[in-house]
Design a protein around this ligand. Structure first.
Ligand code: SF4
Length: 479
């Protein structure tokens, strides 16, 4: 069995987080978290969880449920009914190979001297091994192999000699290096924190007397909440009835030094989300327009590789005047896993999921737009499928630059040796995938996708905003 996501050659996001605090005390928040997580399901499909508490109840009383698989496979009306409380956090997770276990599912719930903490994390720390050794030397025993537990421990330790949980989060942040968007539930407060570079998104919403924290604004839309603003890179927000939203910006760095993951805009984020007030949809349209302007081609039809290439393909069409159309039927009913076909396994596995629309492409010169090529394991088959369906030419356009370096900040872009662009020029890649022409988005265009907001582009340039780890932690400290 294997995930249908393995049929895609795009990198994978590793988590989505959600939190809510209903000041009125009337709402049972578990159902809202469930809908929020459904909206964030694209950020992780391997495990999920919800933890809730009652701010008027005993301090240690957290009800939680975690499971492997999709949100709607793990929760139903009855299980949600059992999660009573007016404050809660939720999580969806994708992990790299070998670490997909229930122990590593989140939210993590930690009992300690001041009560109970529940924590949900998106990102990856680059100094997890050092921080783990520091804890282990003083007797900590770990239940998981995720760096989120290291964060939880550091917050809990700091809480013992600080006056508030937000101060403990701030103290822990002094030590954390790398990417993290956190949602933390303490017995009486909901806390959101974003690393100083702002690698991963985190936004604030409001519905009636409830405040919400979520990875993306699409989760706010799903529950009928208004988008208040984003948690700023480096900011800690504390949500409580006494202070409303209280902000600590002591970890914020100069705005020009921040470094949002540009791939959130190109691929990870849902197109109906805004990240730091920049529309993901508009970023993708722009990427397609730039491709058309910088790498034009004579063709009859522009198509996207569904779903992630569709919007950039539309942008290409808008700028080039070449009609946009659907070139593939995508089977959305396969489910999360399915049995790998035995004969001609690799080809069939792609074709079960994606089939060209012969009447649309036959006899035509096609521009095919995709968001990225990582290993190059599917592009050649997709190009061949189009030719077999009668396309006379296939020109591939990619709405990101070539991946040349791995990512250490919460995505699964692998080592250089596995990247098709490593050690090859564009012509060599074109020849491997069998397209008539191939062009990538230029690196200079990336910054324009976010309207000038500073971005991380480390996987394209090798220039990372944070020093990469000396020990390769990917796979050992999953998120
Ligand atoms: S290295 Fe690439 S994928 Fe990783 S955070 Fe930076 S831009 Fe995003």
């Amino acid at each position: 069995m294997f995930s249908t996501q393995e049929l895609s050659d795009s990198p994978r996001e590793e988590c989505g987080v959600f939190g809510i605090y209903d000041f009125s005390g009337e709402e049972q928040v578990a159902l809202t978290i469930y809908y929020g997580l459904l909206a964030l399901q694209h950020r992780g499909q391997e495990s999920c969880g919800i933890a809730v508490s009652d701010t008027d109840g005993p301090k240690g009383a957290v009800r939680s449920r975690r499971g492997m698989g999709l949100v709607n496979e793990n929760f139903n009306a009855e299980s949600l009914e059992g999660l009573k409380g007016n404050i809660g956090v939720g999580h969806v997770r994708y992990s790299t190979a070998g670490q997909s276990t229930i122990e590593n599912a989140q939210p993590l719930v930690l009992n300690y001297i001041k009560g109970t903490l529940a924590l949900a994390h998106n990102g990856n720390l680059v100094n997890a091994p050092e921080l783990k050794r520091e804890l282990a030397r003083t007797g900590a025993i770990f239940q998981t192999t995720i760096d989120s537990e290291i964060i939880a421990y550091h917050v809990a330790r700091a809480r013992v000699d600080t006056t508030s949980v937000e101060e403990a989060v701030s103290r822990a942040m002094d030590k954390l290096k790398g990417a993290y968007s956190l949602v933390i539930m303490s017995p009486r407060k909901l806390i959101g924190a974003r690393d100083p570079f702002g690698f991963r998104p985190l936004c604030i919403g409001k519905r009636g007397k409830a405040y919400i924290l979520a990875s993306e604004t699409c989760a706010l839309d799903a529950i009928g909440a208004e988008y208040v603003r984003d948690v700023e890179p480096g900011e800690i927000v504390t949500i409580s009835p006494r202070f409303g939203i209280h902000s600590d910006r002591s970890h914020c760095i100069r705005s020009s030094k921040t470094a949002r993951c540009v791939f959130e805009y190109i691929y990870f984020g849902r197109p109906d989300s805004e990240i730091d007030h920049v529309s993901v949809y508009n970023s993708r349209i722009l990427a397609g327009k730039y491709l058309a302007m910088d790498s034009p081609v004579d063709a009859d039809l522009v198509i996207g590789v569904p779903e992630s290439g569709n919007i950039a393909a539309l942008g290409f069409s808008m700028a080039s005047g070449i009609p946009y159309g659907q070139g593939f039927y995508k089977n959305s009913y396969i489910g999360r896993t399915f049995i790998k076909p035995r004969q001609h396994a690799r080809e069939s596995a792609v074709q079960v999921k994606l089939n060209p629309l012969r009447p649309a492409v036959e006899g035509k010169r096609i521009v095919m737009v995709d968001d990225s090529i990582v290993r190059g394991t599917t592009s050649d088959r997709i190009v061949r499928m189009l030719r077999d369906a009668g396309a006379t030419e296939v020109h591939m356009r990619v709405s990101s630059p070539p991946f040349l370096y791995p990512c250490y900040f919460g995505t699964d872009i692998p080592d250089r040796e596995q990247l098709i662009a490593f050690g090859r020029d564009v012509e060599e890649i074109r020849s491997i995938i069998g397209a008539d022409s191939l062009a990538y988005l230029s690196i200079d265009r990336l910054a324009e996708l976010t309207g000038g907001l500073p971005i991380c582009n480390g996987c394209f340039t090798g220039r990372y905003p944070v020093q990469p780890p000396t020990e390769d932690i990917r796979g050992s400290y999953d998120k």
